[in-house]
Design a protein around this ligand. Structure first.
Ligand code: AMP
Ligand code: ZN
Length: 137
């Protein structure tokens, strides 16, 4: 399952060189070329799935297991003090490459990065309405 126009398919298949820090039969983990911090990496499934919605459930589970494994090794080797996992779906959410990927972002004290959003202040009624919208059949 690949998309011949997709750069991450080519990288995952090893057809375009990358700084690979982990590889198995299902995934390649590469250093991001525009890193937010030192060691910023991306988990790429070798199969092409555009986003989380297309990702099979078992692959989603495998991604999270691998993220935990990578975060543990990277924290030990890089000596970072924290770690962000990030994953964007759709242009509106900031996705720029439309092959599913999980960002692994080591965080260092005073690294100058912000991964932030403005806090909202919904009323209890608004929260109730949203809860109902999501949970009602
Ligand atoms: P997103 O905005 O979540 O789609 O993330 C795309 C990420 O891919 C960005 O952090 C880019 O810096 C990174 N990126 C784009 N092209 C390459 C590439 N050829 N090799 C490594 N990282 C890349
Ligand atoms: Zn792809």
């Amino acid at each position: 399952m690949r998309d011949n126009n997709c750069i991450f398919c080519k990288i995952a298949a090893g057809e375009i060189p990358s700084k690979t820090i982990y590889e198995d039969d299902k995934f390649r983990v590469i250093l991001d070329l525009g890193p937010a911090t030192k060691g910023h990496a991306l988990i790429l499934p070798k199969n092409h799935y555009a986003n989380l919605y297309e990702l099979p459930e078992d692959t989603a589970g495998d991604v999270m297991k691998l993220a935990k494994k990578m975060a543990t090794v990277m924290t030990e080797k890089l000596g970072c003090q924290g770690f962000n996992l990030m994953q964007n779906n759709g242009e509106t959410a900031g996705q720029t490459v439309f092959h599913f990927h999980m960002h692994l972002i080591p965080r260092y004290e005073n690294d100058g990065q912000e991964i932030n959003w403005k806090l909202g202040s919904p009323t209890q009624e608004e929260l109730e309405e949203i809860k109902n919208l999501i949970t009602e059949n």
